[in-house]
Design a protein around this ligand. Structure first.
Ligand code: HEM
Length: 492
């Protein structure tokens, strides 16, 4: 490109940004938008908003803005005029009015990586169709009849390989568990096989791109993630071709495996491109967040021995009763329902850990709330972390206190899985994964965090060191025997 052309391009981009910024300011004069500031043209306050902070805090940006402007304020984020909400009522209102007053609106860069048919970016009927298909994979019956056993099998596979006093990353172990579970049930890829390990590695590069600046230049994380997307789609396409060959009768003796991919290919009228995006994003959504949630549970429990004791009591009780009834098989739905304190630990982990800090929406029309105007087309960010850490919603919000979930009903002030028509499709699956993992963990091991590490919001949540831990094996209880038996059987 000629220098003059480059100059003209740059000049036009800056002029457009300034015009947009002026228009935003003008619009504010005529409407009663919430207080706040727009910051610099175009970038606005994005960098300050995205500044990494512990996920157990709201971050400096939110704290300062809330104390200066209140729980609903205006800003300029991700290149758009934005209403930021730390208000429980407004957050619920936004989530419940999806498709009517508000609509999902993720940055274009996310669409580039997850694909235009990914559920996160789809809206309207197509979103509803994809959602129905995904919910079928994680329906209550599937959880009870099939996935519970799958979860237990994959938990035992991971825990069975743990060796006394070995130091390892809790996050990597949690990832092995959640990724293997998803890969086997969505596309029949077996744990430990080279193709599964290589897909898991591709997803690490992929994830880095989802959260990076969308700069498509050689060497950037975004460019590498786009490349990973291609590689992942290539693998998934191959799986689809294999299935088509079988169903076309070329290999009639092989019984078709009922994984999610096979089911979608048979039961839906989606195009191949749509199926590929759906599978790619389900594999992604199905392991990244629950990996972090399980790692967080280990992190919080390490600092709360009383909770570990109570968990051990609860799970020993379940194991003892199964032994007395002569039940030698694994856990069942009734056992899961008896894990009451475990559910409190899960809720508290999700509340204080804030695995998903906020979601992206935009206003479909001019909306009024608590006397403020939310102009049509503006970005709206309901910040869940701010609601979870608000002392008006949760007493002493910075304390890890699972018992708070036994005393009172906090669930109306709690939105770790979002809400409304886009409520996380995998919420029940994620809780089941956490509970079964915790069951075998506390019955068989104690653990210590060996190096300080904290869950950090980048804004995606990560443990910068992977949460290094060392474990000690507990002896003389029946579940240890199950663990040993299962791991011998699977050859781990
Ligand atoms: C602790 C773990 C998890 C957390 C905290 C979590 C959180 C969330 C949140 C907040 C949303 C809403 C996004 C929005 O409104 O824009 C969401 C959506 C979604 N999640 Fe999860 N998630 C978790 C685990 C899972 C798992 C295991 C799956 C299984 C595949 C899953 C699948 C999905 C899907 C498909 C959506 C899109 C739903 C829709 O648009 O209708 N999630 N998740």
């Amino acid at each position: 490109m000629e220098e003059t052309e480059l100059f003209l391009l740059l000049f036009s981009a800056i002029s457009v940004a300034i015009l947009m910024w002026r228009a935003m300011k003008r619009e504010r004069k005529f409407q009663k938008v919430p207080p706040g500031r727009m910051g610099w043209p175009f970038v606005g306050e994005t960098l300050a908003y995205l500044k990494p902070h512990p996920s157990t805090s709201m971050g400096e940006f939110m704290e300062q803005h809330i104390s200066r402007y209140g729980k609903i304020f205006v800003s300029n984020l991700f290149g758009e005029p934005t209403i930021v909400s730390a208000d429980l009522g407004l957050n619920k209102f936004i989530l419940q009015n999806e498709g009517k007053l508000f609509e999902s609106s993720y940055p274009k860069s996310i669409e580039g990586i997850l694909g235009k048919w990914s559920m996160l970016v789809l809206v309207g009927d197509m979103h509803r169709n994809m959602r129905i298909l995904s919910l079928n994979f994680m329906s209550n019956t599937k959880l009870r009849v099939h996935l519970l056993h799958e979860i237990e099998k994959h938990t035992l596979l991971v825990l069975g390989a743990w060796r006394e006093k070995q130091v390892f990353s809790a996050k990597e172990e949690a990832k092995k568990f959640t990724f293997n579970l998803m890969a086997e049930n969505i596309v029949s890829m077996k744990p430990g096989k080279p193709e599964t390990e290589s897909l898991k590695r591709e997803y690490i590069t992929f994830m880095k791109g989802v959260i990076s600046a969308p700069i498509n230049l050689p060497g950037t994380s975004y460019r590498r993630a786009l490349q990973s997307r291609k590689t992942i789609l290539g693998v998934l396409e191959m799986k689809m071709e294999e299935k088509k060959m079988r169903t076309n009768g070329r290999e009639p003796e092989i019984e078709e495996e009922e994984d999610f991919l096979g089911w979608v290919m048979k039961q839906s009228d989606l195009s191949s491109e749509q199926i590929l995006d759906l599978i790619l994003s389900l594999l992604f959504a199905g392991h990244e967040t629950s990996t972090v949630a399980i790692t967080m549970a280990m992190y919080f429990l390490d600092g709360c021995p009383r909770a570990i004791e109570q968990l051990q009591e609860e799970h020993m009780g379940i194991a003892r009763e199964k032994r007395e009834k002569g039940e030698s098989s694994g856990l069942n739905w009734e056992d899961y329902k008896r894990m009451e304190f475990t559910h409190s630990v899960i809720n508290e982990t999700l509340r204080l850990g804030n695995v998903v800090q906020f979601v992206h929406r935009k206003a479909l029309c001019n909306v009024q709330f608590k006397g403020y105007d939310i102009p049509r087309g503006w970005k709206v960010l309901p910040v869940f972390a701010a609601v979870h850490l608000d002392p008006l919603n949760h007493h002493k919000p910075h304390h890890f206190n699972p018992w708070r979930w036994q005393d009172s009903n906090n669930s109306s002030n709690f939105m770790p899985f979002g809400g409304g028509p886009r409520l996380c499709a995998g919420a029940d699956l994620a809780k089941l994964e956490m509970a079964i993992f915790i069951h075998h963990l506390v019955l068989n091991f104690t653990w210590e965090v060996t190096e300080p590490d904290i869950p950090t919001a980048f804004p995606f949540i990560d443990f910068p060191k992977g949460l290094p831990i060392t474990v000690h094996r507990l002896s003389s209880n029946t579940t240890s025997t199950i663990l040993e038996r299962e791991t011998t059987a699977t050859g781990s």
